[in-house]
Each structure stands twice: as C-alpha cells, then as structure tokens.
Design a binder for this molecule. Sequence first.
Ligand code: EPZ
Length: 453
Amino acid sequence: MTEECIFSLPYMRFLIDGPTTIHGSISVAGAKNAALPFLAASILLDAPLEVHRVPMIEDVHRMLEIAHRLGIAIDAVAPGVYRLTAAGCTTSELPADLTPKLRAAIIFTGPLLARWGSTVLPQPGGCTIGQRPIDLFLDGFRAFGVTVTEEAAGTRFTGKPRSARYVFPLVSVTGTETLLLLAVRTPGVSVLENAAMEPEVTALAQLLQSCGAHIEGIGTPTLVIRGVEHLSGGVVTCIPDRIETGAFAALVAACGGSLEIRDCDPTQIAVPLKLLEDMGATIATDATAGVIRISAQLPLRAISIRTHEYPGLPTDLQPPFTVALTQASGLALVHETIYEGRLFYVDKLNKMGANITLCDPHRCLVAGPRPLHGARLESPDIRAGIALLIAAACATGRSVIENVYQIDRGFERIEERLRDIGVRIQREEEGAHQPSAPIALPDSRSPQGVVGY
Ligand code: EPZ
C-alpha cells in the first residue's frame, strides 16, 4: 500500500460567490459507485485486479484503507490506476474503526464470506438520508445458508454458503452486488430476482464474467449465477459517473449558460436529460463521443419529478434537480421514493430564499423562480452537498459551505473543475481568515454583484 493512497484532509470549507453563468467544458470522472464494488471484488480473484479511472475521492480512499487492513496489497500504478492483489488477504474481519465511516464497506461481506466462510460486520455507518437498514443483506445471506449472529463487535456471518434462489423484496443496489459477489464463488446455481439493474451493477457483473464467472441475465432483474472454484485477475476501467454527469447538467439548469460535458455516457442518464428538456433546456448528445451539450436560458419551466430505480431518475440526482426547480417558473412536486430522509436539506435552500414546502418525508413542493442569496451552510451528505454548492453558485452574494468532506467523498477536485466553467469558488481550511475580496476566476473575470451574506 503506497502512502499516497491514504490521506485525510483537515476540516475544509468552500467559499462561493454568485450568481454564476456557466460556460465551457468539463470532463466526468469514473463512477464512485462502480469503483467501490470493483475494489471489493478483488478478494475473490486468484490474480491481481487492475482498476483504471478510479476517482480520487474520499470514499475510494476509505475503501482502499479497508482493503489494506484486510491484507490486500494495493499499488498506485498511476493517477487513478490501482492494482489490488488479494493473495495475501489475511483476515475476514472488517476493521471496526473504518467500516462505520462508509456504508459501502458492507459490500466486502459477500466476497469475504465466499472466500473464508465467515466475516464480521461492525455496525455499518448510518447517514442523513435515511436509516440505511441491512435487513435485505441478512435475509439474503440466510437464504444462502449463512448463520447470522449479533455480537458486541457487530454482526457475524458464518458457514459455507450454498447456492440459493433469493427474491429481493425491494431493489437494493449494494444488496445485489454483495450477493452477486457471494454467489459467483458458491458451488451450484443461484438466482437473484428483483435484482438492481443500475449500470454499476452491470459493470460489476461484466468484470466478474471477464474473470471467469458464469452469470446470465446481466442488465435484467433476474441474475442466474453458476458458481466456480476459481476466478482469474483482470483489468477494468470504471464507467463514467452518471450522477456527476447529471449534477453538472442540473448546474446549468440552475444557473443558466451552456456546457459541454465530456467523457460521459449519455445513454445512462436518458431520463434526467428528458426531464431537463421538458423544463426547456436545450440538449444535444453524442453517445459515441461521450458528450452532452446543454444550454439553458432562465427561467426554465417547473415540472414535477419522481425518483425511481434505474433507468428512472436516480435518487442521487434528486437534490441537484430540486435546486434547479427553485429557479424554474411554476410549482413542482418532488417525490423522493427511495429514502425517507433525503429531503431534509431543503430547509437550507429555504434559508437562501427558496420557497419549498415539505409535505411529508418523501414529498416537497417547490415554487419558483425564487432569487437565492448567499448563506452559511453545512453539507449534510454527498448529494445534498453538491446541491448546496449548485444553490450557492446561482445565489447572489457569498456563501460558505462547511464540512466539504461530504462533497469530497463523491466529487474529485470539484472546486478546480467548477472554476474552469465559471463558478467563483475556492477551498480554504476551517478557521482560516476569510478573504473579503471577491473570488476571481482564472480568467480574472470581474465579479457580478458580490455582496456579503
Ligand atoms: C446505493 O446505495 C448507492 N451507493 C447510493 O448512492 C444510492 O443512493 C442507492 O444505491 C440507490 O440508488 C452505492 O452504490 C455505494 P439501496 P445502497 O440498497 O445500495 C432500502 C451516493 O451518494 N434498503 O439500493 O445502500 C434503503 O433504505 C449513495 O453515491 C433496505 O430497506 O442503496 C433504500 O430505501 C447514497 N434494507 C432502498 O432500499 C436493506 O438491507 C434502496 O437502497 C438495504 C436497503
């Protein structure tokens, strides 16, 4: 494990001066939610796994730290390229000090069970978007013949898994990934029904197949897996981050302007793009070139939105889209069907001048357009964090967003990349003196209407 893999940032914050008109071109990073299961999959392989286009974000660093503690050898081959060798994997117990920091660490339980026949999951981290229960994982492991016992150290899973048919009572992305990682090395034929079909799940299944796994139904709700004794190593490249792509498009819809989004996969966000077009944005896509061109003349038209499993509007794009709706004309119902706690950030938008009524934990009404003004904000989670950043970019005046670790969990070098498309943003350590002067852009464009917040 080379040291540059492991680092931790001091408490940071962003200063943003708005309003902003977006212009220019931005490249999309590799998908966080593809990279994380790839790293866990390395445990199952008899030879090294090389992962390319790994986003340099905090969640990846946490996942690498956990892999390192499990005894996986990790080489940072090049920027964004890691080689993981699990031959030296020495323990099946997940580190209690690291695991609660990252909900996705639960994915490790599948391959650890397949390889060792036992593992312990310290209490997984909760978070602000909801309870994040693990009952489906426990139910699924029991279906595979695994014994589940609650201990002081966490939840212990023991027993040599046997092939099974498991029907997910509701769609779970990491639940599907975890049981898939268990099933590929479990003798016999297993079936996962009502499996998640997110592109990241498909990418994981394709990686496993390239290493010798027998999986049918990839990309459908029914996965049929015939377990194998051995899986080879391989080389895999993370798919583009569709949530990052959609957040950049929502930024244009909130601020106005035009943007070329490069190195993306437009086919993976067809529904979010359709919604933005229905709002009045102009969108052109080139799937072969991996480019989306979007422009928006404000105000756009308000439309109601509802999150849904893939290929519907991803719940992770609900916060950025809600911010765009605060700048659109009319009344919109936002229906967050996946999580019960993913709308509570809207009070922060109201503090900036938005007019959002929370109807119940799953629904809110957005009345727009409403001019937003700068405010001091705290980033509650990854996707609400980027939404607050978008709100600060379209607000008049200065905003300060604290706890940007939550944004750094999912967005690589975000302030550098946003500055290149016109957002006046800078990062500073908590407690540093706040520059009162307006934040200048790289091309030293004069600030518009920067006032105190
Ligand atoms: C994945 O989380 C993503 N994370 C999430 O992205 C994303 O929001 C979510 O899928 C939905 O698309 C990763 O892929 C690492 P779920 P996951 O299991 O798998 C309930 C981000 O910001 N549920 O699909 O944990 C759950 O409460 C993150 O990148 C149970 O009830 O989500 C939710 O209501 C945030 N019991 C629903 O299922 C369980 O045992 C869908 O959750 C598991 C889940």
